[in-house]
Design a protein around this ligand. Sequence first.
Ligand code: GAL
Ligand code: CA
Length: 340
Amino acid sequence: MKRTVSILVALVLVLSVGVGMVAQTAPKIGVCIYKFDDTFMSYVRNTIETAAKGKAILSVQDSMYDQPRQNDQVDQFLVEGMKSLAINMVDPSAVSVLIGKAAKKKVPLVLFNREPAAADMAKYAMAYYVGAKAQESGTMEGEIVADYWKKNPSADLNKDGVLQYVMLIGDPSNTDAKYRTEFSIKAVTAAGIKVQKLAEDTAMWDRPKAQEKMAAWLTAYAGKIEVVFANNDDMALGAIEALKAAGYFKDGKYMPVVGVDATPPALDALEQGYLLGTVLNDAKRQGLATFELAYSLALGKPASTTVAPLANADGKPDPKGKYVWVPYVKVTKDNYKAFK
Ligand code: GAL
Ligand code: CA
């Protein structure tokens, strides 16, 4: 008994020393996600949380699509003495407020996924951005469609030589949504294909909202829609649900649908022949780059020491080392297996 007790005491001592050591070396980092209820962001969040294990103490907050709430969360982080902040903004145009708060306490600010204006980014030397060039993803989506259109003359249902499409837009205040909408169509027209937009509307990155929109369009433009563009996979999958309900994907009735993200459910849909193509939005690399940057800044290391090696793996930073760009990858039935 005595022995057990002393072993226990020794164990407790060892444990508390261990915990003490972690607490001493692991910096506290405050993380906000614009809303937890977003498929792609949940993969980014998981990566950040996994990467932080044993290295940093994270506080991860759900900003619930509410910028004032996020501002309060950042205030709280600063009160709690967080050594750096990693923020996925609700409204990137409101970044000045966050920059003001972080700058006052000289706390580094890593923004990710929802890109603020470059002019705002320039206002704070310790503001960084990790993300992907949305233009690239739009172009790739467009190329997938152009390629399909050229190989499948029967895709031109009314034989007018024009591609009639509908566009499901993400959060319209988000640069990802703007650029994907614009550059996907640019890539199609650049390939020499004439287009006609039948309808476009926001479904806020959201699957059920997109399903509803698509169902309404299928009624309004019965038999006229030839291609469905979606700014992300969740909306593409919503559209596919509506198409299935309207009798598509059987008895030779097909509709090309493209998205962005290459989420696991989207890759399944691709495998099953429902989704024509998608673009990998690399949640792992983005989450990892965000964490590694926030972590070394929290330890007081200059960003250049992290950004440069990250850039080698993940893309090219700007010369000032404030941006980490993670490349997109085109995903179709020819290469999807590599991403599953
Ligand atoms: C995009 C992604 C969308 C959504 C959005 C949130 O990059 O493709 O699915 O997660 O970010 O800002
Ligand atoms: Ca046509």
